[in-house]
Design a protein around this ligand. Sequence first.
Ligand code: T1G
Length: 676
Amino acid sequence: MDASPIRIERHGAVLVIVADNPPVNALGAAVRAGLEAGIKQGEVDESIAAMVIRCDGRTFFAGADITEFGQPMREPALPILVDVIEAASKPVVAAIHGTALGGGCEVALACHYRIAVPSATIGLPEVKLGLLPGAGGTQRLPRIAGVALAVRMTAIGDPISARTAVEAGLVDRLVGEDTLADDAIAFAKEIAGKRPLPRASERTIEPDPAAIEAFRDAHGRKLRGLDAPAANIACIEQASSGASFRDGIAYEREQFARLMSGTQSAAQRYLFFAERQAAKVDDLPADIRLRPIGKVGVIGAGTMGGGISMNFLKAGIPVTIVETGQEALDRGTAVIRRHYDASAKRGRVTADQVDAMMARLTPTLDLRALAECDLVIEAVYEDMAVKQELFGQLDAICKPGAILASNTSYLNIDEMAAVTGRPGDVIGTHFFSPANVMKLLEVVRGARTAPDVLATVMALAKAIGKVAVVSGVGPGFIGNRMLSQRANPANRMLMEGIAPERIDRVLTDFGMPMGVFQMSDLAGVDIGWHRDPTRIESIRDALAAQGRWGQKTGKGFYDYDENRTPTPSPEVKAIIDRLRAQGGHADTTYTDDEILGALLYPMVNEGANILDDGIAQRASDIDVVWIHGYGWPAYRGGPMFWANTVGLAKVVAGLDARGVAVAPLLRKKAQGGETF
Ligand code: T1G
C-alpha cells in the first residue's frame, strides 16, 4: 500500500492537512481520501478549533487528476469532498501558493477562508479541456466573486492573480511569500472562534444578465463552435437565476457529464497531454546538461527577425539584432517598438516594461557583434547559397559552443551544417508568422545536431512560451509539408466548377481560421510565381498575370475593400470559367463533406508518410503542429486525431476514390482497424 500523499500536523488547536502529490498535487483518489479523513479527524477532535489545507511542493492543488478521467470514479468523488469541507462545523482555511486550478480552486471555494501568497494564481481552466468545473465551482464562484468575474474565469479559463482575487473577495488575505505555512496557522487561530462560518453555498447571488450579455458580445465570435464555454456560461446563469444552490449543482453535474462524454472534450484532453508529450524527445536522456543561453543573436530585422527577437526580449533575454543596412535596421527596430507600444496601450504591458525590453535589444550592422552570443538565429532570405555563406561566417565569428540556428521554413539544415566546422551546433528553429504571436516552434533536428543542442533549444522554447515540436530534415518539415497537400485538390475542385468561396467556407465552418484561397490571398498569390504573365498554366498564373496578387494588391481570389473585407470576384469567376472551357472541364457536384475530405484526407495521408519517414516522433506531435501553427480547432484534436474520429478506413476509401497514393502506414492501420 503506497504511503498516503496526505499528512496531518497539529499546531495547538489548529489541525493542518498537508498534501504532497508531485508534480502538481493533482486531486487523485488517494489525495481526496486523505483530505476527507483529515477533515473528519478535525471534526471529531475536540482539541481542534480550526483547520488548514495546504500543499507541499510547487503548487496548491492544480486540479482533478486528468489521468483518472474515463476510469471508474473512486470515492470520495470531488463534488462529495468539497461538500464535506464546506459542511465542517469548524473553520477550514485554504493556504494557496502556485496555481490553484480547477478542482484545486473548487477545494479552496469550499473552504470557509482562503489566504494566498502574492505570486499565487487561481483559476478554473476546465473550459480549456472542453469541460466545466464539476465540483461546485460554477455555483460557488459567482456567489463569492460575482457573476461578471465568474463568467470570465470559467468561460475563458485564464487564472487571476492573488491580488485580483483579494479585490474580488475570493481571497481573504495575502500573506508572506515564504511564510505561508506559519501564516496559515496564525490566520486559523485568529478566525477560529468566528461564526457564522462563511459558506459560499449559503450566500445569495446578485443576478447580472448585463454582464453575461456583454461577455457574449465580446467573446461570441472567438468561442464559435465550442460547446464548453456556452455550458460554463449557462451554469453561471443558472447560479444567478434564483435557483437553489442544490438545483444549481444538479444542473452543473448534468452539463459536466454532457461535456465529458462529448468528442470536443476528448479532443482537448488529448491535446493537453499531446502538448506535454511533444516536449519530450524519445532518445534524449531526461537529465542531459543544457547549454546556458544568456545572449541571443538574430540576423535579419524583417518581419520574422523582429518577431523572433520579441520572444526573447519578453523573456528577459538580451538580443543583438543584425541587418545589412541602417535603414532596414532602423525600420526593424521601430516595428518592434511599435508592437510593444501597442501592447502597452492595450494594458498588456507597462511603459516601463516596454523600455526594459527595448533596452535589452542591441541593433548593429556588424556580424562580429554576435561573437559572444550563446545562440544565433538567422532569419534571412530563403536561399540556400545565402544561408550557407552566412553559416560559414558565423562558424568563424561565434564562440565555441554557440548554437547556430536557421529559421528556414523548408530548406535542408544538414546542408547548412555541412559548411561549418561545428555541425553538432547547428539546428533549425522554424517560427511561425507572426513569430511573436504564434505558439508553434518546429525544432528541426539535423542528422548531426548534438543531443544537448536539441535539449537546450527545446527547453528554451518552453522558456519563451512556445510549444516546440521536433521535426526531422525534409521539405516543409511537418506542417508545411502537409499544408501543400491541400493545393492540388483545392485547384482541381475549382476546375470542376466549385467556387473558391465555397471551398473556403467548408474549411471555416469546420473551424479553421481561414480557407485555402483566403490564405493564398493573405500570403500572396504571387509567391513562387514564375513572373511570366504570358505563361498561363494554372488559375494562379492567370490571376497573378492580372495583378491579382492577393490582399496586398486589393484583389486575388477575392476582391477586398479598404478594410480588407473579402468578397467573391466576378472577374475571378470569369477567369476560371475561361480556363475550364479551354480545358473542357465538366461540372462535378460535391457535398460539403466531400469537399472537406478532398482537402483534409491528403493532409492526413501526408501525416502518415511523415511518421513513416521518421520526420515526426509521434502522431500527436503532428496534431500539436496543426493546433498551434495553423489554427486547427482544438476541439477537433488535430488532423490525425480527427482522422481517427472519421475512421481510417473511410479516409483510405476517400483517397482511393480520388486516385491519391495512400501512405503504406495509413493503409496498414486502416486494414488493421487501428488508429493513429
Ligand atoms: N492532472 C494530472 N496531471 C497533470 C495535471 C492534472 N490536472 N496538471 C499537470 N499534470 C502533469 C502534466 O501532464 C505533466 O506531466 C506535469 O504534471 C507537469 O505539468 C472536477 C474536472 C499546473 C499550470 O486544467 O495547467 O479539475 O509530462 O508540464 O508547465 O472541476 O500543468 O511531467 O509527466 O504542464 O509547470 C483542471 C492543468 C483539471 C490544470 C503547471 N486543471 N495543468 O504547468 O507543468 S480538470 C487544469 C496545468 C478539473 C474539476 C475539473 C499545468 C500547470 P509530465 P506541466 P507546468
